[in-house]
Structure formats: C-alpha cells, structure tokens
Design a protein around this ligand. Structure first.
Ligand code: IMP
Ligand code: MG
Length: 177
C-alpha cells in the first residue's frame, strides 16, 4: 500500500517540517509510542536537523483481534517531568483514537512547554479526538495495516513497506501497540 521509497520521501518531508517548527535553542523531546512507532521514529529523528532527546512509552491495548479495545495499559513510562520541554509524541497509526485520548491528558499533566502529535498513518475514523495530530504521514484506509513497525500478533513489523492484511475485524490474534 505504501512502498519503501514513498515512505522515505514522506518521512524526510515531515522531518524538515518538524525541524522548522521548533526554535533550535529550546529543548525538544521526541516521545515514541512502542512498539509500533520504532521504525518510523528511528527514520524520522534522523531527518530532524536539530538537537533533541528521545524517550519511549510502552502502551498495550487490552484484548485481541484486529479491532482495538477501549482500555490501555502503560507498561513503560519514563515518568519524567516535561517542564520546559517541547514534547512531540510519535505514533504509528491512529485508529479508534483511544490510545491518544488516554495519553494526551496524562502527558499534558506533566506540564510540557508544548505537546504535539505526529503519526505516520491516520485512519480518520476516530470520533472526538482530544487532540488532532499536527503532522500526519498518510491518510490511511480503514483496513488493518502491517509492516514498517506495524504488527499483527507481533508478526510483520520488519517489512520495509506497509501492506494491508485485507482481512476483516474478526481475525484471530492480538494487537500489541
Ligand atoms: P487506537 O485505536 O487509535 O487506540 O490504536 C491503538 C494502536 O492499535 C495503534 O497505535 C497501533 O499500535 C494499533 N493499531 C491500530 N490500527 C492498526 C493497524 O491497522 N495495524 C496495526 N496496528 C494497528
Ligand atoms: Mg502503536
């Protein structure tokens, strides 16, 4: 669905936009949501031409199947204060929006200088997102996507491109963020 070269071009453009968006002398923390964002984040930070720090959050959705459930768990959390830092939260894909709707208030409570969202893929089906992402790689179809970090039951993360699994929401297996 998204070949390797098309992803690379888009990630380069996003990195340039992000570079331009933040004053170069103000602290910037890139906060990746594991596991799905790990490849996107690794490529993206190398296209951001300014000093920055990187940390991660591990969030897991409860339940199984290719439909995201309504609850999330924080499995790893740097628990740092974000005071004085610009925080850019990097997601692989926004589907129902549940993950972001839970995380954004939590992160805003840590008083970052600013909080923005960057997602590689946006299915545009989320209702009532507490915050719209400032940077979106691609508007994605309402299909289950795999590759470039995205998994189905932990498989396929290493594909260098993004493909559709082309199954409906009743497929077996768990989705681990
Ligand atoms: P949410 O429904 O927006 O909360 O999505 C939560 C997480 O589910 C995302 O960060 C992904 O890790 C995972 N997810 C949602 N849609 C897909 C998909 O199409 N393929 C792979 N993972 C997905
Ligand atoms: Mg994810």
């Amino acid at each position: 669905m998204y070949p390797e070269d098309e992803i690379a071009r888009r990630v380069t453009a996003m990195g340039e936009e992000i570079t331009a968006a933040y004053p170069a002398d103000e602290p910037l923390l890139i906060l990746g949501l594991l596991k799905g964002s790990f490849i996107f984040l690794a490529d993206l930070v190398r296209k951001i031409a300014r000093p920055l720090h990187v940390d991660f959050l591990v969030v897991s959705s409860y339940g199984s199947g290719t439909v995201t459930s309504g609850e999330i768990r924080l499995l790893y959390d740097p628990e740092a204060s974000f005071e004085g830092q610009h925080v850019l939260l990097v997601e692989d894909i926004i589907d129902s929006g549940t993950t972001l709707n839970r995380l954004v208030p939590l992160l805003e409570g840590r008083r970052p200088k600013s909080l923005e969202l960057c997602t590689l893929l946006h299915k545009r089906i989320a209702r009532g997102l507490v915050k719209e992402p400032r940077w979106v790689g691609f508007d994605a179809p309402g299909e289950f996507l795999i590759g470039y970090g995205l998994d189905h039951s932990e498989d396929y993360r290493n594909l260098p491109f993004i493909a559709s699994l082309a199954v409906d929401g009743s497929a077996e297996g768990s989705t681990n963020a």
